[in-house]
Design a protein around this ligand. Structure first.
Ligand code: DX5
Ligand code: ZN
Length: 226
């Protein structure tokens, strides 16, 4: 089954609780929380207090994407706030293995993400130690950007690496996801779709957008398995 992770970056922050509740009742699987520090990426967003507030309004796992320098200094505060998964960027972690161990040691799932320009080989030695790989299909920092087509081949190659290493981690894709790109990335081997603007800016509403995204992803999954 394909998992849908709405990214609240594109939600209406004045009505965040309501919108998250709507996503949950429409069958979202995770709530994706984009944490940006204004250094690693040129934007500033959410800290642990917002995660704490989200924890009170949803039972869905909180998938926290740390686009920050020195993420190791804030792992504990995000876990105490209620995060269920913490994803760090390979570009920010000189001691990636240690950081991932730290995350698991805090009792949550550990994810690793890479920017579009980072070679996949950066993951080769670490794949066995992660619960989730998050492939960026835009340059991180903002919602609403266009999907970078090269990502499809990267996802395909990454899925192959995971099969070869017998890794059962989730393969998530983040950036520019809508029904057409969802179809391409699922065919290439993704099983989690992060989507912000497509879900929260749909004139027909959050539930309709999630339904359309899921329908397209499930069709692609059937095509992948035949
Ligand atoms: C980008 C973030 C994404 C973003 C995706 O840096 O990591 O999660 O919200 O937004 P869309 O789906 O609008 O590309
Ligand atoms: Zn993200």
């Amino acid at each position: 089954m394909i998992k849908i992770a709405p990214s609240i970056l594109s939600a209406d922050f004045a009505r965040l609780g309501e919108q998250v509740a709507e996503a949950e009742s429409a069958g979202a699987d995770y709530i994706h929380v984009d944490v940006m520090d204004g250094h690693f990426v040129p934007n500033l967003t959410i800290g642990p207090v917002v995660v704490q507030a989200l924890r009170r309004v949803t039972r869905l796992p909180l998938d926290v994407h740390l686009m920050v320098e020195k993420p190791e200094s804030m792992l504990e505060s995000f876990v105490s706030a209620g995060a269920d998964m913490l994803t760090v960027h390979v570009e920010t972690c000189p001691h990636l293995h240690r950081t991932l161990q730290q995350i698991r040691g805090l009792g949550v799932r550990a994810g690793v993400s890479l920017n579009p320009s980072t070679p996949l080989v950066a993951l080769e030695e670490i794949l066995a130690d992660v619960d989730l790989v998050l492939v960026m299909s835009v340059n991180p920092g903002f919602g609403g950007q266009s999907f970078i087509e090269r990502s499809v081949g990267r996802i395909r190659r990454l899925r192959q690496m995971m099969i070869e290493q017998r890794v059962r981690a989730e393969l998530s894709v983040d950036g520019g996801i809508h029904p057409e790109t969802a179809e391409q990335v699922v065919r290439a081997g993704a099983n989690v779709l992060v989507a912000g603007s497509f879900i929260f800016h749909d004139p027909e509403g959050i539930a309709a957008a999630i339904r359309r995204l899921r329908a397209s992803a499930e069709r692609a999954l059937i095509a992948r398995s035949v």
